[in-house]
Design a protein around this ligand. Structure first.
Ligand SMILES: [Zn+2]
Length: 411
């Protein structure tokens, strides 16, 4: 047995102050129980680091450790309590686990890797043989650790973007580091207050370094940028702009479809998707169907052509040429007599300066497409989320590029 205890002592990376006093195998319950014992001597106060005498020992505790050949493995120990002159009697920090954790550091590191690999708490809990709450708590600790260690130096390009959350009109707003491709913070709602709260993660000097922020034309976001990083240029996100244009085309289509239906004309029925699709991504069949439609004398065809024309704006290299193009496009759109199109054109004209900033910075909120789809899948699991904080934890865990592993895990 002594070779086995020594084996575990080495495996656990224990220092000379600890020894493995017993290893018991429960063959029936498929369990390994490792008892650890402190050898006495001086200990370190967990608060101030002073060397102290041992006052007494805390009651025995157990920690879940990595399985040994599919045997669930637990450590148990009575932890000495330091008798510190300055701080009083304090339970010392054990080398194998974090404060207040029921798991060893190695187990937590393993669990975090499992969580990363399976992408959701439920599957990870099943694989680890733990309940949902324990895994959730581990995830929260990991995110907390990661946030404390996170470096926010040298930020230059940010994005502020909203995502729908629960059903109905419920939103969360994200602050994204576009260069580092990571989510920095998530808040509930998309009000000015919410957007303002996002900026709290940055210190004043960090805010001053921001060169530009990509965002929709939503006033709450724009105002928050102006009051938190006045020097930063605002770049209205091109994907939001195309979304506004798409919505306008669809409004025209719905109105026209209603009018046509009265005359028993159902040409536009069920064609919503055709007008929104990027022609380059359309299948051959759909393209043929669409081509005959778009060449007819329809208001919807005109609205579509105006929307498609706008995409050329992004092809320019210089803001000056893009501005000239815009003014031609605007003339066409404004004369179209298609109310939804005219409305969007006017909005774009009002925001033109902050659209043309794109040609200096070339940033969009779609740059981090990878985690946009990740957030989408987190949201689809979100049916079971009891609260916004859980959703935030998941977004930061999977999209925050945080250092999640416990510090002291030595491999
Ligand atoms: Zn102390």
């Amino acid at each position: 047995m002594s070779r086995l205890t020594e084996h575990y002592r080495l495996l656990l990376g224990l220092d000379a102050a600890w020894e493995v006093s017993e290893v018991s195998l429960g063959l029936e319950e498929k369990r390994v129980e490792i008892s650890l014992e402190h050898l006495g001597g001086r200990v370190e106060c967990p608060e101030c680091g002073a060397e102290c005498a041992i006052a007494d020992h805390a009651p025995a505790r157990t920690w879940r450790h990595l399985d040994t050949m599919q045997f669930e493995t637990r450590l148990s120990a009575r932890t000495p309590r330091a008798d510190c002159q300055a701080c009083g009697v304090k339970t010392i920090q054990v080398p194998w686990a974090g404060k207040h954790s029921r798991f060893t550091l190695l187990f937590e590191a393993f669990a975090i890797s499992v969580l990363q690999a399976c992408g959701n708490v439920k599957n990870a809990a099943t694989l680890l043989g733990l309940d949902w709450d324990s895994v959730q708590a581990m995830m929260e600790r990991a995110v907390q650790r990661g946030l404390e260690r996170r470096a926010l130096e040298k930020l230059d390009y940010l994005g502020i973007d909203e995502k729908s959350f629960r059903r109905g009109h419920s939103y969360v707003t994200l602050l994204v580091d576009l260069t580092g491709s990571r989510v920095l913070e998530v808040v509930e709602e998309r009000t000015e207050e919410a957007a303002h709260a996002l900026w709290q993660v940055l210190s004043p000097p960090q805010k001053e370094q921001i060169e530009a922020v990509a965002t929709d034309m939503w006033p709450a976001f724009v105002n928050s940028i102006e009051s938190n990083a006045a020097q930063a240029e605002i770049v209205h996100d091109r994907f939001h702009i195309s979304k506004h244009l798409n919505e306008a085309v669809d409004k025209v289509r719905r109105q026209e479809n209603k009018a046509l239906a009265k005359a028993d004309d159902d040409r536009l029925k069920g064609t919503k998707q055709l007008w929104l699709f990027n022609p380059e991504n359309m299948s051959e069949d759909r393209w043929i169907e669409f081509e005959t439609l778009k060449d007819q004398e329809l208001k919807t065809s005109r609205a579509w052509a105006i929307k498609e024309q706008f995409r050329w704006l992004w092809e320019y290299r210089y803001a000056g040429n893009a501005r000239k193009f815009f003014s031609r496009w605007y003339g066409w759109a404004a004369r179209s007599q298609l109310k939804p199109i005219v409305a969007v054109a006017k909005m774009l004209k009002r925001h033109l300066e902050n659209i043309l900033t794109y040609f200096r910075h070339r940033i969009t909120n779609a740059m981090s497409e990878g985690f946009n789809s990740r957030i989408q899948s987190l949201k689809s699991q979100a049916r079971g989320f009891r609260s916004f904080p859980n959703f935030r934890t998941r977004i930061l865990f999977y999209c925050g590029k945080l250092e999640l592993l416990p510090n002291d895990v030595t491999h």
